[in-house]
Ligand binder design. Structure first.
Ligand SMILES: *Cc1c(COP(=O)(O)O)cnc(C)c1O
Length: 488
């Protein structure tokens, strides 16, 4: 059956119904047979472009033709994030209720810039963020806003910290060409996410304004060295204005000692931002609430429901006890966006860079309601069980070893075959091992470096991952290592 594009206006509703059903069927089939779909792309770089025309069509094409190209062109070039054997990065999995929420968001296509521009958008954002905050055990005086990513959220935190910094009036005067303004200093651990550096760069802090605090043996920030750095910087004429602590660092999921860091920040009058993008979500499991210890004293915190809470990308939840500062940093209200309700409502556009804001709260609402806080906690508990199992296997195997503690559900490990002890050789074996398992299309992991050593990371945080997938990954790692060593 082929449709024709009408001369004017949208696709007729009956065609939408037909192709909508067809696409939903395609998605349901995809999930049903996902174990048989390769998790990594089989297409070489540049190949996709050669399969597509050089210019957009001048006449509309049939929807059947467009949908057929999903299988023909797109699927072979997909690395599947919704695949249960995706153990790479901090994998994010989008759940079906979340996908339905996204569908409705696109159907409404509202712009949640002000209350008036879509009251449901603003009010549901408030309600769902309060629900999430309470489910994580965070204090009720935290005010929330949704940004696209944790990177944006942290950039806004740094901008608020800068706005707050003693009498600088950066909003009006800027930072340059002011001899009376000291250099600003931001502190994070050596293992902080690079988005913190990017946020600082965006805010005019410069790489020299970022001071990385060394780590303890578990890759956590050392608070006594933070204190020393602040004291030394003050006496050298710097103005310390922001500390970023991480709950769940990207390489090893280390959890910085936030209670001690918070005490220092309070004494020193420095803004504390907690980057809990991945790790903070663990607190939805009541037994893991302690990962957010100390965050009740933070000025701001970010967690990503789009990472470990099965909300499709993108949705990052940012909380602060100082929305007034955030607003002072970013509020600009042009005449054409004013309304009669402005004194009684919240206009989220005043709290950040983007004016246009998608109705993201819908998918968060769907996910929180469909699974419930307990349902989410149950899934996270299972991730802890599976990661613990994998960590034990690694620990017990004579040719593998763990390279970092496992506070959450990310296992940092490497192959260390008997008789091979030079780090350079081990790095090369592990690079090849990772490439071999990934090339199989049956699992996907990524690597990092710790103290110059190649470390493989296996992250269990995927909605669809079951024990069989973790067992399969472990078997494949052993088999591929055997193959590699046989070739030596
Ligand atoms: C993933 C992650 C980020 C970046 O998140 P985005 O939403 O992709 O910007 C920042 N910090 C930490 C600790 C993360 O795990």
């Amino acid at each position: 059956m082929t449709n024709t594009t009408p001369a004017i206006g949208d696709m007729p509703p009956d065609d939408f119904r037909r192709y909508g059903h067809q696409l939903v069927d395609w998605i349901a089939d995809f999930f049903e047979r996902i174990d048989d779909v390769p998790v990594t792309a089989s297409m070489p770089p540049g190949e996709l472009r050669t399969r597509l025309p050089r210019a957009a069509p001048s006449m509309g094409e049939a929807m059947d033709t467009i949908l057929a190209d999903i299988d023909r062109v797109i699927m072979p070039a997909m690395t599947h994030w919704n695949h249960p054997a995706n153990f790479a990065y901090f994998n994010s999995s989008g759940s079906s209720p979340g996908i339905l929420g996204e569908m409705l968001t696109a159907a409404f296509n509202v712009n949640c810039m002000t209350w008036q521009s879509c009251p449901a958008g603003t009010e549901l954002e408030r309600v769902t963020l309060d629900w999430l905050r309470d489910s994580l055990g965070l204090p009720s005086d935290l005010w929330g806003i949704i940004y696209d990513t944790a990177s944006s959220a942290s950039m806004h935190a740094i901008a608020a910290a800068r706005e707050q910094a003693a009498g600088l009036n950066v909003r009006e005067q800027g930072l340059c060409g002011r001899p009376e303004v000291p250099r600003l200093r931001l502190y994070s651990s050596e293992q902080a996410h690079m988005s913190i550096d990017k946020g600082a760069l965006t805010c005019g802090i410069g790489t020299k304004g970022i001071r990385k605090i060394p780590l303890d043996e578990s890759f956590r920030m050392r608070p006594e060295l933070l204190q020393q750095a602040i004291t030394q910087d003050r006496s050298d004429g710097w103005l310390p204005f922001c500390v970023v602590a991480t709950v769940g660092t990207t390489s090893t999921t280390a959890i910085d000692p936030v209670p001690e860091i918070a005490r220092i920040c309070q004494q020193e009058g420095i803004w504390l931002h907690v980057d809990a993008a991945h790790g903070g979500i663990a607190a939805i499991e009541p037994g893991m609430r302690h990962v957010l210890d100390g965050c009740e004293h933070a000025d701001s915190i970010v967690v990503n429901p789009h990472k470990w809470m099965f909300v499709p990308i993108d949705l990052s939840a940012f909380y602060t006890r100082r929305p007034d500062v955030l607003k002072r940093a970013f509020s600009l209200v042009p005449d054409y966006l004013k309304s009669e309700h402005d004194t009684e409502v919240e206009n989220y556009m005043e709290y950040g860079v983007p004016l246009g804001r998608r109705f993201r709260a819908l998918k968060l609402w769907f996910v929180l309601r469909y699974f419930g806080a307990e349902g989410l906690a149950q899934r996270i508990r299972e991730h802890f069980r599976l990661a613990g199992m994998f960590a034990d296997w690694v620990e017990e195997h004579a040719d593998f070893e763990q390279l970092a503690p496992v506070p959450l559900t990310t296992v940092c490990f490497r192959a260390h075959p008997r008789g091979v002890d030079a780090d350079e050789q081990l790095n090369s074996i592990n690079d090849r091992l990772m490439n071999a398992v990934n090339a199989s299309g049956r699992m996907f992991i990524t690597q990092t470096k710790l103290n110059g050593v190649t470390v493989l990371r296996l992250v269990v945080s995927h909605l669809r991952t079951e024990e069989v997938h973790v067992r399969g990954a472990w078997q494949l790692l052993q088999d591929k290592l055997d193959d590699l060593m046989a070739l030596q």
